[in-house]
Design a binder for this molecule. Structure first.
Ligand code: URA
Ligand code: SF4
Length: 220
């Protein structure tokens, strides 16, 4: 099992957690089927489906995002929307072959609110309680795929392993360890998309690529 600080009762208040929905056999196939029945927190209620991880079954890198977005929720696969397109571009620039990667998220259901300005669904970040409730699925994915390095894309992914005090700004770009697992944190690709100028965007993208290259080197 992945070692982490156990979520306190307060941190998971009100949620039963994913553990009781895990299948008996923790293969990716069984896990992917079972996650559709998960009621470990409240996020299943508003989502179309659970989005489990996807990619190579013996990856050198596991990339962990925050949660499925609008497109992922509809299509049932991680990183198929705009943030995913940017991530795939950054991986290519970093020279990372996608057959050696596995993509997943800190939580498996899309959290959203109605957009007051008309567009139907507006992404809302999962809370610490939902991230803690969903952790068992992520821990099983780590166990099943045994990646050499786990890339944490943004704060939610960091919190999923290191607890709620995790900050990308102070942790990014260098190898972190927890038990026998190795991690490298960087920004979430959507942070690049949110850049307000093209100059800022170019710097953010370059920073993401540099961190991915560090992850690639660490996994070599
Ligand atoms: N953002 C994420 O964090 N994960 C996805 O799968 C898509 C967008
Ligand atoms: Fe279960 Fe995770 Fe979905 Fe919550 S977000 S219902 S814990 S799969």
């Amino acid at each position: 099992m992945i070692q982490r600080k156990r979520p306190s009762a307060g941190q998971r208040a009100g949620f039963v957690g994913a553990e009781k929905f895990l299948p008996r056999v923790h293969s990716l196939r069984q896990l992917r089927a079972a996650v559709q029945s998960c009621r470990g927190c409240d996020l299943y209620k508003g989502a179309t489906q659970a989005v489990f991880g996807a990619g190579g079954s013996k990856p050198s890198l596991m990339l962990v995002g925050e949660q499925p977005g609008d497109q992922e929720d509809k299509q049932g696969r991680p990183f198929v929307g705009p943030a995913g397109a940017l991530l795939h571009k950054a991986l290519a620039e970093a020279g990372i072959a996608e057959e050696n990667t596995y993509f997943t998220n800190a939580v498996k259901h899309f959290r959203w609110v109605v957009n007051p300005r008309g567009k139907r669904r507006l992404h809302k970040s999962p809370g610490a309680q939902q991230i803690a409730a969903c952790h068992a699925w992520l821990a099983c994915e780590v166990e099943a795929t045994a990646p050499r390095v786990i890339v944490l894309l943004g704060a939610a992914a960091g919190m999923a392993f290191f607890g709620r005090s995790f900050r990308v700004g102070t942790s990014r770009g260098r190898l972190l360890t927890l038990g026998s697992r190795r991690f490298l944190a960087t920004i979430h690709p959507s942070a690049v998309l949110r850049s307000t100028s093209s100059a800022e965007r170019a710097v953010a993208f370059r920073g993401l690529v540099t961190d991915l290259q560090a992850a690639r080197a660490a996994a070599a």
